[in-house]
Design a protein around this ligand. Sequence first.
Ligand code: UD2
Length: 333
Amino acid sequence: MRFSSNVKPYVLLLIVGIFLLLGYVYFSFFSERLNRDILIDEDQKRTKLLYKQPSVLVGRTDVVSVTPWLAPIVWEGTYDPVLIDNIYKPMKLTIATTVFAVGKYVRFLQDFLETAEKHFMVGFNVHYYVFTDRPDDVPSVNLNQGRHLRVIQVPGSNRWQEISARRMEIIQTTIERQIRREADYIFCLDVDSKFHARWGSESLGRLVAVIHPGYYEQTHDRFPYERRPASTAYIPMDEGDYYYGGAMFGGYVADVYTLTKVCWNRFEEDTRNYIQAAWQEESHLNRYLLDNKPSKVLSPEYLWQDLKAKTKEVKVIRFSGVIKNYAEVRPNV
Ligand code: UD2
């Protein structure tokens, strides 16, 4: 076919441009579907989800993906993100997310919230509960549809240990007051962290804990559990499953309520006996989870630290603690 000579070059360019754009849209639509190996095939009666057949024999062999009490340990490659979202999204769940930004830690909020909007429970209703003594310094961050943020004022303290530990008390009372009516699941997270990749519905469970990135290669006698029998967080040398990080715990609102209540009561009992567990609420969390096994365990992909080099079994870093100058950000050292 020949174009007549009176067709202007810019018209030709426009036509070529339109074809290129259509080609790109067509290709990216189909390549995305093919890469996922999932097709949504609608016939007149129902929508069916086609996905790669799960194998009984082939899977990750470099890591353990189930605990001895048969809870999943969530690693990249052990689940299909599209399939799992397809199960949970129709439930229209609301996920409460607590984060404390007391004193100078308010400076970490912006990055925490902005990266959460990109990667954390995308497509779900998320209610952030920001606890701070500096409500005027809470940054304004654009939230996606179905996501809300509430600021709750809490007292400051001149001891970081108290700020960290009192989270258990404050989460417990806030669940009682409002969260139990407003959400299905809850995650309690450290603010001095950023999301780097998907953290989605694969993390939902009745009681969820995360394996601390610093200790997953160690035997339990090397874990920094509380070792003094005088503390209610005490764990003897020959006991222990994993060392769980205090920077994340979650689950059904009712289960997290019990966890925070028990840990806070034990923390107070210790205080009355003039003892404070080695790693405050993290020590109590570890004692609680030894007796009340989590129903889902997140691998260290869900709690990394920026100062730690990536290891070969960690294929994706999803959430990581930022490097901070402790002496500068904490009220005491
Ligand atoms: C570890 C745990 C942390 C907690 C702490 C207990 C990990 C990765 N982190 O972190 O969860 O169990 O040990 O000792 O497992 N905060 C404030 N203002 C302050 C101090 C703390 O808002 O002045 C809040 C904030 O949300 C922070 C959290 O408490 O993210 C934990 O404090 P941290 O990050 O200083 O504790 P760290 O790094 O020792």
